[in-house]
Design a protein around this ligand. Structure first.
Ligand SMILES: Nc1ncnc2c1ncn2[C@@H]1O[C@H](COP(=O)(O)OP(=O)(O)OP(=O)(O)O)[C@@H](O)[C@H]1O
Ligand SMILES: [Mg+2]
Length: 590
């Protein structure tokens, strides 16, 4: 026996219950800011209960007056009953308003909070999740929590109070009726237990399925061009139908279960109320109670069975809620970025803008979490006024080096730090998310957002004037085509910069980077779609600005290479500095 208790205690401590407790605490972290609304909601639920009991009493009196058991003012009692009934329905409307209010506020709060947390989550951990999955969690799970947040404590209190008060009225009036309160209980309990198991299962499956479907749709809609080009329309429609079929089968499975459950519950409810009815008639016949009390009891037996069922179904509801919380916690508990030194780095940046800022990578080692070792003791340097070239075959690690510089991924070994001035006069900070302020990055691919060109530019410099934007566009050799657009810089781009040619998008991305005006520029194949003359002009403009720039480019192209002060070849997980001859060879053999 003692062992069994210890066994259960251990299970409670370590198992699902502990997990549920942690999740509950997390949910209440959001709920507690709305404690006042919750208390109001609870109080109104309690008052509502008292008012409905009042209605029961009034209806008892009314029946007794009509049947002549009781002397009293018929009209008055009738008015009280109607009045209380109306008050009750007003109360229940207000209660549902408060509950909607709390629900919506908590919903907005959780979503805003999770949105931010997703964005500050360590990039590499985040890439393990499909965007469809993230979207489903952010949207559906957050909603299920906000919809159910009142279901935990407030509703438990209200239902418990409703049950106890109705039960007390029954006991006081005719204790023999109390049995009917519990008649439905065994069925309720058994049902809620099976329902609970199914529900957990169903929740998990339905969340996984939802994530799969939204991921599928999202990917299909953003790749319409590829789907058409490869003649995949039929295949994709087929796949969607397959997914829908799986979804429907799963949902129906659960639906059947809940149909059976409610059929059973209704039958039990009916049986209980008929039994109560029979017992009531007997009690009236034997003179133990009057007609009014019997009518009241019939109403109360419904309340008791219903409330008891509500109470037991709070458990599966809570489980659904905690499952959702668990899915959100998975995300928010991933490692976070720390940009603690933001202000210090900003000061360093302001102080040394005019001197230029360079960086040193010293024996850096990095492997992706998947195990791919990309760098081992890699060393390189980039100085102000210099274009530094990174070359290497595809898949060697050029983009990974950019990610390391941007602290999107953390190195496992070695050092990386900044310094100011051409001759490294002043040592600055180590690489960290806070040092992203020092960089402007032009990644591979089209990375413009939807909206006007001007909005895209102002994303990186909120108060940029039209003139500043045009100047940056000119520097990036983008003005020549933007000028010809009917709306100029106010022309609207589609999603992901749609509506532009690759080279145009690249030039806009470069203009955006230039407008940000940071000491270090990272160009990842950023000039690959430009013609040779434009590429040369862009690079010249970048370096010819007022302030010294440090520019790191990944490229295979002779034009860019011939402008580099220093070229590193990424090979054997290291950055090998090429001499003039090797660079010339590379240019000649292009
Ligand atoms: N997110 C990631 N997770 C795991 N491995 C990755 C990830 N991104 C890249 N890799 C792996 O790291 C290695 C270097 O990739 P990287 O993108 O840096 O190459 P690259 O030199 O930029 O190539 P390309 O010239 O084709 O752009 C490759 O083997 C690649 O498979
Ligand atoms: Mg790359």
């Amino acid at each position: 026996m003692k062992e069994r208790i210890a066994f259960y205690a251990k299970r409670i401590k370590e198992g699902r219950l502990k997990e549920m407790w942690r999740q509950t605490v997390w949910i209440y972290g959001y709920g507690k800011k709305h404690w006042l609304a919750m208390i109001i909601y609870t109080l109104m639920g309690l008052v509502g209960t008292v008012v409905s009991l009042g209605v029961s009493f009034a209806s008892r009196d009314l029946v007794n007056i009509i049947t002549g058991y009781q002397a009293g003012k018929l009209v008055q009692t009738f008015s009280i009953m109607i009045g209380l009934g109306i008050a009750n329905s007003i109360l229940s409307q207000i209660t549902s308003y408060v509950s909607a209010l709390v629900g919506m506020r908590v919903d907005a709060e959780i979503k805003a909070d999770i949105f931010e947390k997703i964005l500050v989550t360590d990039w590499e951990s985040l890439t393990n999740y499909h965007t469809g999955d993230l979207l489903t969690r952010w949207n559906t799970d957050a909603s299920s929590i906000s919809n159910g947040i009142l279901n935990y404590v407030p509703n438990a209190i209200i239902y418990l109070f409703r049950f106890i008060s109705a039960f007390a009225v029954v006991i006081v009036n005719d204790a023999s009726f109390a049995i009917f309160a519990f008649l439905g209980m065994p069925v309720s309990l058994i049902l809620s237990k099976t329902l609970m198991r199914r529900m957990v299962n169903n929740n998990q499956r339905s969340a996984a399925m939802g994530a799969k479907m939204s991921g599928f749709n999202q990917e299909a809609f953003s790749n319409v061009q590829t789907i058409k080009a490869f003649d995949l329309i039929r295949l994709y429609v087929q796949r969607l139908k397959q997914l829908q079929k799986e979804y429907i089968t799963m949902k129906l499975d659960f639906q059947k279960m809940s149909i059976w459950t409610s059929l059973l519950m209704t039958t039990v409810g009916l049986l209980v109320s008929y039994a109560a009815y029979g017992w009531g008639i007997y009690r009236v016949w034997s003179g133990a109670i009057d007609y009014g009390t019997m009518t009241m009891f019939l109403g109360l037996s419904g309340t008791l069975t219903g409330t008891l069922h509500n109470l037991t179904s709070l458990v599966p509801g809570a489980i659904a809620l905690t499952t959702s919380a668990g899915r959100l916690m998975d995300i928010v508990e991933m490692p976070r970025e720390d940009d603690g030194k933001r202000e210090e780095v900003k000061a360093f940046l302001e102080e040394n803008r005019d001197r230029g800022i360079g960086l040193t990578i010293d024996h850096l080692t990095y492997a992706y979490k998947t195990g791919t070792q990309v760098f081992e003791n890699a060393t390189m340097e980039a100085r102000p006024h210099e274009i530094v070239g990174l070359v290497g075959p595809s898949g060697e690690g050029k983009t990974t080096m950019m990610r390391l510089l941007l602290s999107l991924v953390p190195p496992q070994g070695g050092e990386a730090y900044f310094w100011a001035g051409e001759n490294k006069e002043k040592r600055g900070f180590d690489l960290s998310p806070a040092t992203r302020q020092l960089f402007s990055y032009v990644p591979q691919g089209n990375t413009m957002f939807s909206g006007t060109i001007a909005q895209n530019m102002r994303n990186v410099k909120e108060d940029a004037s039209d003139e500043e934007i045009i100047a940056a566009l000119k520097q990036a050799c983008a003005w020549s085509f933007v000028e010809k657009l009917p709306e100029g810089i106010y022309s609207v781009l589609h999603e992901r910069g749609g509506g532009l040619s690759e080279g145009q998008a690249q030039r806009l991305a470069i203009a955006r980077a230039l407008l940000r005006d940071t000491p270090i520029l990272l160009l990842d194949e950023a000039t690959s779609a430009l013609d040779v003359a434009t590429e040369r002009q862009v690079l010249r403009n970048i370096m010819g600005g007022e302030r010294p720039k440090t520019c790191i480019v990944t490229t295979h192209r002779p034009t860019a290479l011939s402008m580099c002060k220093r070229v590193y070849a990424i090979r054997n997980k290291q950055c090998a500095l090429l001499n003039a001859e090797e660079i010339k060879d590379m240019i000649d053999n292009f």
